[in-house]
Write a protein that binds this ligand. Sequence first.
Ligand code: GTP
Ligand code: MG
Length: 298
Amino acid sequence: MSFKSGFVAIMGRPNAGKSTLLNAILGTKVSIVSPKPQTTRNNIIGIYNDEESQIVFTDTPGINTANTKLDEYMQKSVKSAKAGVDVVLLCVDGSKGIKQKDIDFINDFKTTNNLMLIVTKTDLTNYEKLYPQLAQLNGLDYVKSIIPVSSFKGRNIDVVVNEIKKYLHDDIKYFDDDQYTDKSVRFMISELIREKTLWLLQDEIPHGIAVEVTLFDEKPNRIDIDADIICEKESHKQIIIGKNGSMIKEIGTKARIEIEKLVDKKVFLNLFVKVKNGWRNKQSIINDLGYDIKELDK
Ligand SMILES: Nc1nc2c(ncn2[C@@H]2O[C@H](COP(=O)(O)OP(=O)(O)OP(=O)(O)O)[C@@H](O)[C@H]2O)c(=O)[nH]1
Ligand SMILES: [Mg+2]
């Protein structure tokens, strides 16, 4: 078989399991994951390579309404990811059953080229429940394939990759074999810290958190990293720090373990909490934090 390459966007509602699917396809963590919706904020490229193909995936934020300037950035990211791709994987959460509102949502993709429906989290349901639901989707004649998967169990992940290969038609390598994302190490570090805040803090707070790496100093035997955790309110700052600093310590420990895996070196991580009132609606701040809507037009 001759070599083939191409581009794929992973799309769907918040929390549908898009980032987990990308990580499962690549066999490595490029995109952070949490039980809270709107975890992913940027388009994140993940590159899959095997002997016969290179597939350039883009993980996207969940499709939602935009209430803040940050949301506007996220929704524009989703739209821009779709342009010019060879395949769109539309993720639908299979664990709660497929409802009419899911079918209405899928119908919005009627005119999308090479649309595949990926029914996620099938380990949380059983086939007796799932199959009648999949049957409802069979009637959607614009859908190229419907693939039930479990990223946790690795179920049908190879089927997704093999299906995609049918629609690839380029024959060049867009990225070197050893590159698995477009994102910088600094970006990955800030995301890993943000991921820990999503897991450890109460619902409302993490949505107003951004993380900025302010120092990355590589020494012969360790890396010193400073990062700011930016939040929206003074009261949130206290919660992030926790009693006697217990929460920030836990965030730091959990993040450091993963950062050490990423950089393959010992890490000294210093976290600071800063308040920037209502930053999600302040254009200059969100631009500085890497959510610059103008960048998406380039
Ligand atoms: N049981 C189970 N849970 C899953 C699976 N895939 C994802 N999840 C969980 O579903 C939640 C959301 O997963 P994400 O991958 O962050 O979802 P997402 O679509 O990227 O979410 P946003 O970035 O917020 O739009 C997390 O708690 C995951 O652990 C799966 O195959 N099985
Ligand atoms: Mg995500």
